[in-house]
Design a binder for this molecule. Structure first.
Ligand code: HEC
Length: 254
């Protein structure tokens, strides 16, 4: 089932990814509980209706933390993040396509009861609870019409991280204090728990507002079923068209 964000008017379901890709792709968040569609809908409703999903915790420096009472989903729940290409049409407008550029999947095999604090050392502990998969676009496969153009990321595949890498570019700083280039390679599938380390629903990051909103207790947004497949594409197109880089491109285009 595709998810959107309730109470976050005009906000894409995966805003960090839209930003990271500079609005060139539409990102869809999907969830499925093992007992099926009705159970998934009932669970989402219970989360949306839960009154205090964030609580203050003096151990965590006073910043809001996820409430341990939030209804939890069962082991076996699957989540996917699907990335699809936007292209520019002959009128110079961004339009969505069905070309899938990537799929990231998390299966929560187990849901530990304890919620680690944001910067605790529990990240390695999170690994056995998750099975992770990633598929990426391969041009060769796309043009050969194989497997929707996708290939599976291998267990031992490594890459230079780009998403949320805080502007660090090892190619710019080679030979400097940051050491040899190879030292910056990260295992793709071994890195998921860097960010998704909390148990179950608490590692669903698309429902986490930024810290400024959390501190201001502006936390009305939560995930909701999104039956309209055009919604994410519309939100991403309008985000893209508000960018300064888009304005400049349009001027060059004319
Ligand atoms: C650098 C941090 C980071 C890493 C590493 C990371 N993710 Fe995410 N992921 C996010 C954020 C943040 C979101 C929320 C969507 C957004 O805001 O764009 C997300 C969303 C998702 C979602 C949609 C459900 C949800 O949690 O909201 C899935 C599924 C997912 N990621 C899987 C993966 C997999 C599989 C890997 C490893 C191959 C991975 N992620 C690595 C940060 C990360």
């Amino acid at each position: 089932m595709q998810l959107g964000v309730a109470g976050g008017d005009g906000v894409a379901a995966a805003p960090s990814h839209v930003f990271g890709a500079d609005g060139r792709s539409v990102f869809r968040v999907l969830i499925s509980l093992p007992a099926g569609r009705e159970a998934t809908l009932a669970y989402l409703k219970s989360v949306a209706e839960f009154r205090k999903p964030w609580v203050r915790n003096s151990r965590a420096g006073g910043d809001p933390q996820p409430s341990p009472r939030l209804p939890q989903f069962p082991a076996g729940t699957r989540l996917a993040l699907v990335r699809q290409m936007l292209v520019i049409d002959e009128r110079g407008e961004p339009v969505p396509t069905a070309v899938t550029e990537g799929v990231q999947i998390r299966v929560h095999r187990a849901v530990p009861a304890d919620i680690p604090a944001a910067f605790s050392l529990h990240r390695d502990d999170a690994r056995p609870a998750l099975a992770v998969f990633e598929f990426r676009l391969s041009r060769g496969r796309l043009f050969a019409g194989e497997a929707g153009g996708l290939r599976a990321v291998a267990r031992d595949e490594a890459e230079f991280p780009l998403f949320q890498s805080h502007g660090l570019d090892p190619f710019e700083s080679e030979g400097g204090s940051s050491g040899p280039l190879e030292g910056h390679l990260r295992p793709v599938l071994g890195s998921c728990t860097q960010c998704h380390f909390r148990p179950g629903i608490h590692s669903v990051l698309s429902r986490v507002p930024d810290m400024a909103r959390l501190r201001a207790r502006d936390v009305r947004r939560d995930l909701t079923p999104s039956p309209d497949p055009a919604r994410e594409a519309d939100l991403t197109r309008s985000w893209k068209m508000r960018r300064e880089s888009w304005r400049i491109l349009r001027e060059l285009w004319r």
